[in-house]
Write a protein of this length. Structure first.
Length: 135
């Protein structure tokens, strides 16, 4: 029950953007030690060196969970462990730390959830977040 409550709190910390790319300023910290929190609705984020980023991706209906988000440049935006991370079903969590000025892309992928032994469409959905880190 505690894990479910914690997961719901984490899932509720997403942004409230009205469309893809329409929210250039992701949500402020979730209060869990992060300076910036983004969801699948966010496509850009700006941070300062030393700040921490939380990525909270919710699986769409009929889709598998998102793959673990990866940074394109770990010298700029390095993955870090979130010891408090407990995701509810259908939510993928990741944490990153801004280490140096520059730009890094965070990417994650999801495919359709298909019943075993049934035909399945062959496509993938891509999530991409451009993170600009400055001093």
């Amino acid at each position: 029950m505690v894990a479910l409550a914690a997961g719901l709190m984490l899932a509720a910390c997403g942004s409230t953007s009205t469309g893809p790319g329409s929210n250039p300023s992701p949500s402020p910290s979730s209060g869990m030690g992060f300076d910036v929190t983004v969801t699948e609705k966010d496509h850009t984020a700006a941070m300062h060196v030393g700040q921490r980023l939380e990525v909270v991706l919710h699986a769409a209906g009929g889709m598998n969970n998102w793959s673990q988000p990866k940074s394109s440049d770990e010298t700029v935006l390095a993955p870090t462990v979130d010891p408090a991370a407990t995701a509810v079903r259908g939510v993928t969590l990741a944490a990153f730390e801004a280490r140096a000025p520059g730009v890094a892309e965070i990417a994650s992928y999801a495919g359709p959830a298909c019943p075993s032994g049934q035909p399945c469409p062959m496509y993938v959905v891509v999530y991409s977040l451009k993170v600009t880190v400055s001093y």
